[in-house]
Design a protein around this ligand. Structure first.
Ligand code: SF4
Ligand code: SF4
Length: 144
């Protein structure tokens, strides 16, 4: 691949509403708790599940993420958008999605912003963003 096209679609919440976990870095945890006006300890007690290597959001009962706003018309957004976790900010430029065209095209069936918009992203730029994913979640990429 030499270049990619992507433009997040207004009101779309497909990726936030998809089954899966939202993992955080320690920096994500600090930024989001500050944004919410909470101490890190209070934020962690309320929203975080931590294991030896991983920090992830707990899930609320009827949603995939505590910070996902879902409107009755099916649109919505992220209520911590300006400080959202690395995995949310870098999607869809994840290593596993951009390394092969067929994987990218398959992801386009799940994300309506892929292959949309005028802006072309050079593969070098996308790979730099993907490196941020590898640094943020090394346990997830250690096998690659
Ligand atoms: S699924 Fe794609 S278009 Fe929709 S919110 Fe996520 S990144 Fe944006
Ligand atoms: S933190 Fe925001 S962008 Fe990330 S999954 Fe939750 S609602 Fe979506």
């Amino acid at each position: 691949m030499e270049e990619l096209r992507f433009e997040c679609q207004p009101g779309c919440i497909t990726c936030c509403d998809r089954y899966g976990y939202v993992y955080l870095t320690e920096d994500d945890l600090r930024r989001i708790s500050a944004f919410l006006g909470m101490t890190e300890a209070a934020f962690e007690a309320k929203y975080i599940y931590r294991t030896k290597n991983q920090v992830r959001m707990r899930k609320p009962r009827k949603s995939e993420c505590h910070f996902l706003l879902k409107r009755a018309d099916g649109t919505g957004g992220c209520t911590v958008h300006s400080v959202k976790p690395v995995q949310c900010r870098t999607y869809p430029y994840w290593p596993e999605l951009i390394e092969h065209r067929e994987v990218w095209e398959h992801e386009a069936t799940r994300c309506p912003g892929i292959n949309k918009g005028e802006k072309l992203i050079q593969i070098g730029t996308a790979l730099e963003i993907a490196e941020e994913m590898k640094s943020a979640y090394p346990w997830s990429y250690s096998w690659r």
